[in-house]
Structures are given as C-alpha cells and as structure tokens.
Design a protein around this ligand. Sequence first.
Ligand code: GN1
Ligand code: MG
Length: 360
Amino acid sequence: MNDTLLRSVLAGFAFPGALAECAEIKTGHINRTYRLTFREGINTFAFHKPEEVMENVALVTEHLRRAVEARGLDAQNRVLRVIPSREGRPLVYDADGGAWRAYNFIAHAHSVDAVESPEQFGIVGRAFGDFQSMLSDFPIEKLHDTIPYFHDTVRRMDNFEASVAKDVAHRAECAAAEIAFVRARRDAMGAIVRMIDAGELPLRVTHNDTKCNNVMVDDVTGEALCVVDLDTVMAGSALYDFGDAIRFGASTAAEDERDLSKVRLDMDLFTAFTEGFVSRTARGLVGAELDNLVLGALVMTFEVGLRFLTDYLDGDVYFRIESPDHNLARAKCQFKLLSDMEAHRAEMEAVARRLVNKFL
Ligand code: GN1
Ligand code: MG
C-alpha cells in the first residue's frame, strides 16, 4: 500500500497521539498487517489540567535551580528546565488538542530501570533525599493538586469497593483472593491518611512517583544528576516518597513479576536507600515522619497494588497493559512484596531506627 493511501486509512481511526512510526509486519499470507507507534503528549485522562501540571513543574524547577546554584553547582545539567513556547507558554497543543512540553536534555546520563547494587540505590536515596530537602522551604500553597487525592489510600479503598460492587468487567471472581487481601488491611493501611488529617504528619512538597528510573545518573561517574518526571509533584507526605522508592527499587523482582517466588524485599537495598535518604533528610523531618518510614513502604506497596487491582476490575482504563491480566499480575506481585515486608517489618524498623539515629 502506498504512503498516501495508508495515511488516509489511518486517519479514519481514533488513535491517540501522533504517528511516529509505521512498519509492515510481513508474516500473514492473506491480510496486510502494520505495527504503528504513536507519540503521546501529557495523558489528559490522568492529568485533567496539563496547564496546572506545568505551573507546578515551572515553580519547582525554578526553586531547585536556585537551591542547586546555592550549593555552588552548575544547574544546567542538574535541573530540568521548561522550554517555553514561542508565546512564552509552557505547553504547545497539537491539532488534536494533545498537550506537549519540552525540557532541556540531561546530557551524558541515563536512568536506572532496575537497581544494580546497594551503592547505586544509596545514590538514588540521596538524590530523592536532596530533592526533599531542597524543596523544604518551598511555599507549598502555590502548588496545584494536579491529581486530587493521589495518595489518599482511604479514598482509593472506597473507589476500589465501588469497583468491586459494579464489577463492570466481570472479573471480581478471578480476583477473589486479592480482594480479600485488601479488605484484611483496610484499617492498617489508612494510617498515613489519618495521621495527616490529625495534623501529626506535615504536608511537604513531594515527588509522588519516586521510582528509581526517575533519577538520571551520570554515564561515567554514576553520580545522581537530576530527578525527573515531575508531573506528580504536589503537596504530600515525605513517607510517600520514601515508601514508593522502596516499593519499586528494593524489590528483588520487577513490578509485574509473575513468578511470585522471586518477589521479596531485598534488605541490603532497603538499608542502602534508607541510609542515603535519611542522610539528607533526618534533620529536616519531624519525629512522626522518622518513626514511620517503614509504614510508608508498606502503605505505598499496598496502594499501588490496590490501584492495579482496581484498574483490573474496571477493565483496564488507567494503566497501560500488555496482556489482559497484566493489572492482576501487577497487583499479585505488589501484594507478595507487601507480605514479605510484613514478615520482616521488625527488622526493617530496626534498620531505619539505627540509620535515623546515625544522622540526627
Ligand atoms: C505510573 O507513568 P509512571 O510509570 O511514571 C503512576 C504512578 C505509579 C506507577 C506504577 C500519574 O507512573 O503513580 O506508581 O505508574 N503515575 C500516575 O508503576 O498515575
Ligand atoms: Mg514515570
């Protein structure tokens, strides 16, 4: 099929984003098949107000730039910089209404998808700890809640119960064990939200998506250069950032590992990250935060599992999936990791306590 003809066919479909690549898959003998790759801007299903996302990012990166420079470092390759549109706006819209933004390229650096050593995870811990501490004097009231109730575990449990009741995709039966797992922890996993509501835990500027692959490290020295993916920067608890980083980076397996016997908490990785994180934050956090770091890891692991499970029940409307039961597999993996953390909680608490005391 020639290019023009193919384009006219593609235009007939409601694909999301702009076509980046089109390759023919030459295996069939009867029908013609193409693999299409699309580029998507900001996902407006998750982020309803991309302008507010970018207002947050612009303010936070400006603050970080000043903080990095105050430390005598060159911010050029250490802080994201929003490249404005010709009209001076942080976003450019395509013809389909898709929202796009651009940043400076962080040179000679890569992100870490799976942690390779405790030393490396310690570096990631220091990077997220620095991020937290450099933003400790940011005027938090200036931030928009770009995804309201993002880490409100209690509200997420309510949404989950509504999804179980509706069961639109007729999957609740296949997920009976996981649904029971969630219900058994309903009270315990609401603890962070309750402490925030009671004023025991302060709200801070938090990244809210502290997977290790959101830190860019220098290709040569391995030093952390820049924390990226600032879309979910909002007011939150420091426990979210600590906890989500442990959930993702200190697991012995990928987030969607199906062989659950491979999924455990790696204590060496947990220790290394905790040491890095508290070395930069211990003096800035309050007692209730320092006492509850481990709770943060448990709650964040629970919450992401809960979100995967809810999306499975909803028929996969939020997270991108690669197979029909991908969200269920992800939830099972998170719940296995949480079970392992529950079994080793006392050990985790002892390590965290020792390291907090070391840096207080
Ligand atoms: C999503 O898009 P990504 O991979 O950076 C999600 C996070 C989850 C994470 C689980 C806006 O992050 O909250 O922890 O998947 N981001 C949003 O891997 O929902
Ligand atoms: Mg990300």
